[in-house]
Design a protein around this ligand. Sequence first.
Ligand code: GTP
Ligand code: MG
Length: 247
Amino acid sequence: MQPPLYYDEEEEWNRALLLYNAVLKEICTKIEILNNEFKLAHQYNPIEHISSRIKSADSIARKMRMNNRELTVENIIRYVNDVAGVRIICTFTSDIYRIADAIAKQNDVTVLKVKDYIANPKPNGYTSYHMIVTIPIFLSNDVIDTKVEIQIRTIAMDFWASLEHKIYYKFDGKAPDGIREELKECANIISFLDQKMFSINEDVKHYHEDFNGGTAMTSNLPAHLTKEKANMIPDELKSLYGSITSD
Ligand code: GTP
Ligand code: MG
């Protein structure tokens, strides 16, 4: 990517890009691990897909201009929270909160800001869960906490957001009232659809349990183990994953 900057800042910008690329790798790996764990425990995939990007030079410059800030590397690092960004597309709204919680409680993740546009949709109808977090990046002589924006939404929310985004740009942010109202109406339909799909899925789960007399996992469990405990790594094994034993 070409730096949108003065020549003498190029090296500093390249260092920043190294960190932003590294933080994208860290967060994507964390998300993939959570998804795999969930798949193993529940035989179902809470994440449909993940995408990540480094904000383009043009968008960074536009944002800085809009906020009347001088275009320096320091200002970008300080004020642009979404230079590194990931978008996680989940199946159900409940998965969004589950994933967000699991990320937030990791020891090396610091949550700087959360915007829950699902609990509080934007006036235009936009829904999504946003977090700005930092993750430490280990360099040869330094550890740098680096910001990344995480957007988590359902497939339906994503469908809405991408159409709204196109319309917003098409009309330069000033879409006619009629179109804005229709989009708002679609947002309501999408929220209804997400709830409906969730409740159908819950019904299907109950059918499955009735049919099998409980899932295969639970039916073979000793009486003292709950299904949840059976999906966890036993305490006596935990330390072994990080130990070296010679025999
Ligand atoms: P920026 O919008 O990035 O300047 O930051 P902000 O401080 O307003 O943060 P917010 O969490 O509200 O938005 C962050 C990102 O979410 C945006 O850059 C968009 O990618 C997305 N977003 C926020 N609002 C909307 C919206 O109304 N429509 C769509 N399509 N996307 C939105
Ligand atoms: Mg943004």
